[in-house]
Design a protein around this ligand. Structure first.
Ligand SMILES: [Zn+2]
Length: 397
């Protein structure tokens, strides 16, 4: 695995930055079949660009990593409900005759399968061969590879010009952002682009220090997106917020620079001038140590009472949090995750096993810490028997 540590802002190209967080963690999605306490750790330096204010990693993870990627979105009901709402809204907005969609980073084809069933012509673009095969096996046509200026022509030949282009939780993984934006400009015509990413404001306001990991190179504000999209003559029209992935924004973009009466772009830009100042970001960084200490304290107090603790969520946030807190199996008995690709594997760099949800019924614990913060409410609702039998769920934010 190669990591490039030369810094050049991914949006404005400046080489000047201020450091927010400096640590070392194993790759968060690198769950392994065996216990690997000495798993290689890689530097993780979070910086803010001095010129444009874009928050990003100094490092760049070698993109070949995604050829082996196994991470899929959570199937907690919060996610499933959200996708249903997403499909319904899109169906209300786009007429049947115009339903042609490309999803970049289409993972196992979950969303495109739903869209195809409601009359869309679909194409997925997915670099992980394991995931693109799962997607094709479901009947979702999927291009094996990355979306870029080099491949956009080939992709267009497979489906023609799309009316809708979707990037759900993809843009934060990409390094060459200008190339991506130019590729979008080339294919989208007067169609609609929907981009969803974790929202920097939620990370800062909720002190989500564990939201930083090697796979996420960028942590977007709305104003950073505006600057980026302008490079491809693309404009934001509307911003929707949701609670997925610790709090995300879905932005609706096209090539029309007129503003519309229901635009909320300016409201976001004005708000960010006050909330996402460099000083606020640095203040957040200064509190990270306290945040880690308070989570470690929950575990310490429980251990003193001879209580057993499990965690819920072995996604990148959960694994990063465990790594930053230095937990092992004497602290956290196991981590529950709904992604069956992870079951019976270990959290990177630890001896903590990842197990299916029903495990808490057989291997009893007193408390479950919810690291999958975006799904906390649906996890608690679906597993009410844990609380009825005397267990306690603990939300960390
Ligand atoms: Zn910059």
């Amino acid at each position: 695995m190669k990591i490039d540590q030369q810094f050049k802002c991914r949006i404005c190209g400046s080489q000047n930055y201020s450091l927010i967080l400096k640590t070392e963690t194993p790759l968060a999605a690198d769950v392994s079949d065996e216990i690997t306490l000495n798993q290689k750790r890689f530097p993780l330096d979070v910086v803010v660009c001095d010129n444009c204010g874009h928050v990003q990693l100094k490092e760049t993870l070698d993109a070949s990593f995604y050829g082996e990627y196994l991470y899929t979105p959570s199937y907690a009901s919060g996610f499933i409900d959200y996708i249903e709402l997403f499909v319904n809204r899109l169906n209300d907005k786009i007429q049947l005759k115009d339903r042609k969609v490309i999803e970049v980073g289409s993972s196992n084809g979950y969303l495109l399968d739903k869209l195809q069933k409601s009359g869309w012509t679909v194409l997925g673009v997915e670099p992980s061969k394991t995931l693109s095969k799962i997607s094709r096996d479901k009947g979702v046509p999927t291009y094996d590879g990355f979306f870029s200026k080099d491949t956009v022509g080939e992709i267009k030949k497979l489906i023609g010009q799309p009316n809708v282009l979707i990037f759900r939780h993809v843009m934060e993984h990409l390094d060459n952002l200008e190339d991506i934006v130019k590729a979008i400009e080339e294919i989208i015509g007067d169609g609609l682009v929907l981009i969803e990413v974790p929202y920097l404001k939620r990370i800062i306001e909720e002190k989500q220090f564990y939201a930083f990991f090697h796979e996420h190179l960028s942590y977007y504000s709305v104003s950073a997106f505006k600057n980026l999209l302008q490079k491809g003559n693309l404009y934001i029209h509307k911003i929707y917020e949701n609670n997925l992935e610790g709090g995300s924004i879905l932005i609706s973009v096209n090539n029309d620079n007129r503003s519309y009466p229901d635009d909320n772009l300016n409201k976001y830009l004005e708000d960010e001038k006050k909330t996402l100042t460099k000083q606020n970001i640095i203040n957040f960084a200064n509190l990270i140590e306290n945040s880690i200490a308070s989570i470690k304290n929950i575990v310490k107090v429980a251990k003193e009472r001879k209580e057993k603790i499990a965690a819920w969520g072995a996604g990148q946030r959960g694994c990063t949090l465990i790594s930053m807190c230095g937990f092992n199996s004497s602290d956290i008995s196991y981590v529950i995750d709904v992604n069956k690709n992870y079951w019976n594997k270990y959290v990177p760099g630890t001896d903590i096993k990842i197990v299916p949800p029903e495990s808490y019924r057989s291997e009893l614990v007193n408390k479950i810490l919810i690291f999958a913060t975006g799904y906390a409410d649906s996890i608690i609702k679906e597993n009410s028997s844990f609380v009825e039998n005397g267990g306690e769920f603990i939300k960390i934010i």
